[in-house]
Design a binder for this molecule. Structure first.
Ligand code: DGL
Length: 269
């Protein structure tokens, strides 16, 4: 087992890279181990039991690879599996829901918040509960958006197909008069230009990654495990599906050339 010195991040695929980008920005001295479970994407249509099984296998892998801290870079896993994983693993971990909900509660003025997320996240009710706890009296409008993750994983982000899907998903939230939209899936920040085009300038967008990485940083500092000396960390990327395709799409979306992406098989696909 390697010495625990990295931050482990995982998602069903490319979406968690939007959280990894936040880690590179806010805590650049930290080494990242990323796992994209592309053999099982999309997570949004999976059962609770399946999602818990994936999270369990991935956490075991990340800890064995030397993770000292885990960021759930996936809202679906944060909503469904985080509580159970905290009881199974000693490694400290954080999810996106509480920090994201608190950030949206700080932003709204008219107390109408929209959430777009996967079916499993919406079904869990996690965002509704967390936002209402952070901002009593708020109205929360949740919309499942199942077509979006497959579009990202197929590299079809800036397309008429994506725009049409987004217009369908966002119309009821616009009609409800929201002033804040929480992007409750880490794949969705790739659509921000299109979302802004559809919603215009008056609806604020909240990406939970920003508040989550800030909270993770504070938590690591409090625990005395934050990397304080600036270094040039070597990040590691793993996927359960096609590594070449993942690296190509990652470069396209983030403008970042990933170091060698390795394929590992943790569970049967
Ligand atoms: N990006 C993940 C999330 O934040 C998972 C999406 C999916 O695979 O359906 O929920």
């Amino acid at each position: 087992m390697k010495k625990a010195r990295a931050i482990g991040l995982f998602d069903s695929g490319l979406g968690g890279l939007t959280v990894a980008e936040e880690v590179f920005r806010q805590i650049p001295g930290e080494e990242v181990i990323y796992f994209g479970d592309t053999a099982h994407v999309p997570y949004g249509s999976k059962t609770e039991q399946e999602l818990i099984g994936f999270a369990h296998a991935i956490l075991g892998f990340l800890v064995a690879q030397g993770a000292k801290y885990i960021i759930f870079a996936c809202n679906t896993s944060s909503s469904v599996s985080l509580g159970i994983m905290r009881r199974r693993y000693r490694v400290p971990m954080i999810g996106l829901v509480e920090p994201g909900a608190a950030a949206a509660a700080r932003v709204t003025k008219n107390r109408r918040i929209g959430v777009i997320a996967t079916e499993a996240t919406v079904r869990s009710g996690a965002y509704r509960r967390a936002i209402q706890a952070a901002c009593p009296g708020v109205r929360v409008y949740c919309q499942a958006a199942p077509l979006l993750v497959p579009l990202v994983e197929a590299g079809k982000v800036a397309t008429p197909e994506a725009e049409a899907a987004l217009r369908t998903y966002l119309a009821p939230l616009q009609a409800a008069g929201i002033d804040t939209l929480l992007l409750g899936c880490t794949h969705y920040p790739f659509f921000i230009p299109l979302i802004k085009k559809i919603l215009g300038p008056d609806i604020a967008l909240v990406d939970p990654a920003t508040a989550t990485v800030a909270a993770a940083r504070q938590d690591m500092e409090r625990r005395g495990i934050l990397e304080n000396s600036p270094s040039n960390p070597s990040h590691r990327f793993f996927v359960s599906g096609d590594a070449v395709q993942f690296a190509a799409l990652a470069k396209n979306f983030t403008n970042r050339e990933l170091p060698l992406v390795r394929q590992v098989c943790l569970l049967e696909a």
